[in-house]
Design a binder for this molecule. Structure first.
Ligand code: ADP
Length: 432
């Protein structure tokens, strides 16, 4: 009996021990699996963070308006953005190839051998000027240094700088010419002219002095107007205008100049002209400039017509002359500052070379455009087209309904008029 009991106890202990061992083993396995799973999930987190960061870095690089190329510590290409590929005809695989291709003529390669950590050079490529900066930089946590190449297109800045220099040179020249005449004539009058010249000769000299002072005054006036247009400082008093009446009045003001030149000046209104929203002084200035050019460049006996009409929702004034005409290759150029087809001709008539550039900029302020048809010997036809008031109000109403506001003077005036007279449904402003 005692032996049987002892055997039973023994087997119970053995079973318990086996069970305990099994439970413990299971526990260990579960704990191990839990740890492995936790490690994997942590690893996945890190991987997704890293890939998220690299996506962000790529997005930032893609949004930059400068080209960026990175070369690693082994000098091999690591990454680059789209702008770099747009700016350079070829992106070399290694930094040394980069310098061989783009750093020979500008001395960047030589400076690199001298150990400079930042290199700057320009590369003229495909009609553009690029400024390239190469910097040695630590690119990873191991502090291994690679190189970052930054490429900037400075062609527009260069063009602007050249334009500015040309403008200053032109202004100086234009002011110097009449000033020199005024100085020489007044000097000779003071030295001997007043005592020795007869009345007619004196009158001729004083007229010359007067004409040149007027030319300088005109030039300074035009320059001031252009400068306020450039700085967006021109105040426009936008109001509802009778466009046909405005052109008629301007034509009447130019009659004396036309009679003195011996040309026939007419104004013809070809239809019922809708109202416009605009600045009276600017629109008058456009019409007067076009008419005075037509008179200046038309021989005595010639004819000038100012036709006022309407096309769909636009109104126009077409100034047509029977003058000398303008060769095709000058059509675009004559709207540039100081551009003249014939310098002596323009100066003889007191021209500043700024009239048509002012015309185009004032037309732009009215959302208008200037068109030119002309051939040498067959006269010229300058047409100013601007939107009628109805069209301006319609376009502005659409903008307001979409939740945005016009920023130009005529658009703002149209918006004010709509808001004063109509109740528009409230809309959320467009997201910026
Ligand atoms: P300008 O003060 O010299 O007249 P504009 O800018 O008004 O300057 O005109 C530029 C050039 O365009 C003039 O110098 C002239 O050569 C040419 N031009 C302008 N209008 C006419 C026209 N109606 N007929 C012929 N040439 C013209």
């Amino acid at each position: 009996m005692a032996v049987i009991a002892a055997t039973k106890v023994g087997s119970i202990i053995a079973v318990t021990a086996v069970l305990t061992a099994a439970v413990m083993a299971l526990g260990f396995i579960l704990l191990y699996q839990f740890r492995v799973r936790r490690r994997i999930s942590r690893l996945l987190g890190v991987i997704s963070q890293v890939s998220g960061e690299s996506t962000e870095v790529r997005a930032v690089l893609a949004a930059l308006d400068i080209g960026v190329i990175a070369y690693g510590s082994n000098d091999r290409l690591l990454t680059m953005n789209r702008m770099a590929a747009n700016l350079l005809p070829e992106i070399p695989e290694t930094l040394s190839d980069f310098f061989s291709l783009y750093g020979e003529d500008n001395g960047m390669k030589a400076s690199m051998f001298l150990g400079s950590s930042t290199l700057v050079g320009t590369i003229p490529t495909g009609g553009r000027t690029l400024v390239v900066t190469v910097q040695r930089r630590a690119l990873d946590q191991a502090r291994l240094s690679g190189h970052i190449v930054m490429i900037r297109d400075i062609s527009a800045e260069e063009r602007e700088e050249t334009r500015r220099k040309e403008f200053v040179a032109n202004v100086s020249h234009e002011l110097k010419t009449p000033l020199t005449t005024i100085k020489t004539y007044s000097e000779s009058l003071l030295d001997w002219g007043i005592d020795e010249k007869d009345k007619d000769a004196l009158k001729k000299d004083v007229t010359r002095l007067y004409d040149d002072s007027i030319r300088m005054e005109q030039l300074i006036e035009d320059l001031l107007l252009l400068s306020s247009l450039d700085s967006r400082g021109l105040y426009l008093k936008v109001e509802t205008l009778d466009f046909a009446g405005l052109v008629r009045a301007a034509t009447e003001r130019m009659q004396l100049m036309a009679e003195e030149k011996g040309v026939d000046l007419n104004c013809v209104v070809v239809a019922h002209i809708p109202k416009v929203l605009g600045d009276r002084a600017s629109l008058e200035r456009i019409v007067i400039n076009l008419l005075s050019n037509a008179i200046k460049y038309t021989e005595p006996g010639g004819e000038i017509y100012a036709y006022v009409g309407t096309i769909v929702d636009d109104v126009y004034v077409k100034v047509k002359d029977s003058g000398q005409g303008i060769p095709r290759e000058h059509h675009e150029q004559i709207f540039k500052r100081f551009y003249r087809v014939d310098n002596t001709g323009s100066r003889r008539f007191g021209g500043t070379g700024l009239g048509l550039s002012i015309v185009r900029e004032l037309a732009d302020l009215h959302r208008g455009k200037i068109e030119l048809k002309s051939e040498p010997g067959r006269g010229s036809e300058f047409t100013l087209l601007i939107p009628g008031k109805r069209k301006l109000l319609r376009d502005t109403r659409t903008m307001l309904l979409e939740g945005s506001r016009p920023i130009d003077a005529v658009g703002r005036a149209a918006a004010e008029e709509i808001e004063a007279n109509e109740v528009l449904p409230v809309t959320a402003p467009l997201e910026k």
